[in-house]
Ligand binder design. Structure first.
Ligand SMILES: Cc1cc2nc3c(=O)[nH]c(=O)nc-3n(C[C@H](O)[C@H](O)[C@H](O)COP(=O)(O)OP(=O)(O)OC[C@H]3O[C@@H](n4cnc5c(N)ncnc54)[C@H](O)[C@@H]3O)c2cc1C
Length: 426
């Protein structure tokens, strides 16, 4: 087999495969599951309706993701805000954090000064933080977590609770105490200092499989690449010198002399199929996300989505025919039974919207225990796209992209790995 082999058909594997295919290097993509997408997979219920494994939010600053979407002709599958707008709900009232169409970045500052969930003094201290941010030094905060850094910068308890927790838990799926200050700085610069569109939110307008995976599969298959579903890599075989991979053993066949390979599976899978592909000392811990899809008889709110402030529920999204609750950094909740979770979330919905509990029909509760890695460590300690084997390259949201565990990190890792593979091939 002469084609390049990509292992794993999540966003990282799809990105690597599409990138290589677009450079006239067709690939064979091996995916263990019955469909593509990995953590961005959608499931069909008995009636064939699709529900996402988890609600995903993207941002205008997801540049690599937009390049990928343009290549596979899928940009129209997403709602793209013109400017940042988040509606917060507290005690039945709605509080917009909204930039208007005015001149960037003054439109963001104006939006901040109209945000009524924080005091005037807090608005000024947030503005001071952002004015100083581009001049801050990464080196000075290398040993700090996000919480320590924010406190050092006089961000009050209320400001941290309302603004920073929403941003950090939303973007990094962990509490500020567990988030690296360096990583927070990286993403703040991307979101707020790289043009007006960067902070706008981007929401899939279709189930994720239709938004990302189907167009990617069509692109690959129309351009001489091969997508092999239900094909799980069990083991990678190496030569005696242990510097090349010489065989890929899957549940269906043995691929000998595979040439170049991109592994786009999570770290814990890579460690099983080829122990020692990266340093054995490199470890990651993971943070869970809970998702609940449900229906109600009445409309809950007039917006596309809302963020809540005084509830274990972080976000609620409205889709045609159903709603989706997101609880990020779900901690202990993840260990509750599905029944207990359904009840807990119904009680929260009754509190938030004063609706009748019997009007809530739960469609599905999804527990993702290893939704994202915890970005506590300095991003530079994560491995790059090179492995300890000459013809094996690494992709996946966990490699060092200087980004947290996100779609953008996964897509960037895929193209970076493909580029690193062999400048002569590309
Ligand atoms: C509930 C939830 C909500 C999230 N929300 C957001 C969000 O709002 N915004 C955001 O940007 N990110 C979000 N993320 C994170 C984002 O989904 C991930 O960072 C990204 O999808 C990771 O892609 P990946 O390709 O690196 O890994 P994965 O998606 O894990 O892909 C790995 C692939 O490898 C396959 N595989 C595994 N083992 C083998 C094997 N042995 N052989 C062959 N194939 C194999 C898997 O089946 C899978 O398809 C969320 C994640 C979850 C779970």
């Amino acid at each position: 087999m002469n084609k390049i082999v990509v292992i794993g058909g999540g966003m990282a594997g799809l990105s690597a495969a599409v990138f290589l295919t677009s450079k006239k290097n067709p690939v064979t993509l091996l995916e263990a599951s019955h469909s593509l997408g990995g953590r961005t997979i959608s499931y069909a219920d008995n009636s064939g309706s699709l529900y996402d494994n988890g609600q995903h939010i993207m941002m205008g600053c997801y540049h690599e993701t937009f390049n990928f979407l343009r290549t596979i002709n899928a940009v129209d599958n997403f709602y793209i805000q013109k400017d940042l707008e988040i509606i917060f709900q507290r005690s039945g009232e709605y509080f917009p954090l909204k930039a208007d169409r005015g001149l960037y970045p003054f439109n963001l500052i104006k939006g901040l000064f109209s945000f009524r969930l924080i005091t005037l003094e807090e608005r000024f201290s947030l503005l001071r933080f952002f004015i100083q941010l581009p001049f801050s030094s990464e080196r000075d905060i290398q040993k700090l977590n996000a919480e320590e850094w924010l406190i050092q910068n006089k961000q009050s308890d209320n400001l941290r609770k309302i603004f920073w927790n929403t941003l950090i838990i939303g973007a990094m799926n962990t509490s500020p105490v567990n988030a690296s200050a360096v990583l927070l700085r990286n993403i703040l610069l991307k979101i707020f200092f790289s043009g007006r569109k960067a902070s706008a939110l981007v929401i899939p307008a279709k189930p994720l499989s239709e938004a990302f995976c189907v167009p990617a599969a069509v692109y690959l298959q129309n351009n001489k690449s091969e997508v092999c579903l239900n094909e799980r890599v069990v083991r990678l075989e190496t030569d005696r010198k242990k510097d090349r991979v010489i065989g890929i053993i899957t549940n269906k066949r043995v691929i000998t002399d595979p040439g170049n390979i991109i592994s786009a599976v999570p770290l814990y899978v890579l460690n099983k199929i080829l122990p020692g592909a990266v340093s054995r000392d490199f470890k990651m811990s993971y943070s869970p996300i809970l998702t609940m899809h449900f229906r109600t008889r009445t409309e809950l709110f007039p917006h596309l989505f809302i963020a809540t402030t005084d509830s274990p529920v972080h976000w609620i999204f409205k889709h045609p025919g159903h709603y989706t609750i997101v609880i990020s950094s779900a901690g202990e909740l993840i260990n509750l039974s599905i029944n207990a979770l359904e009840n807990l979330l119904k009680v929260e919905l009754v509190k938030l919207f004063k609706i009748d509990m019997n009007s809530i029909e739960v469609i599905k509760v999804i527990k993702e225990k290893r939704a994202t890695f915890i970005p506590a460590i300095d991003p530079e300690s994560r491995p790059g796209p090179e492995s300890n084997f000459k013809n094996l390259f690494l992709a996946g949201d966990w490699i060092n992209t200087k980004l947290p565990s996100t779609i953008e990190g996964a897509v960037l890792s895929g193209s970076a790995s493909a580029e690193m593979m062999n400048p002569n091939i590309i």
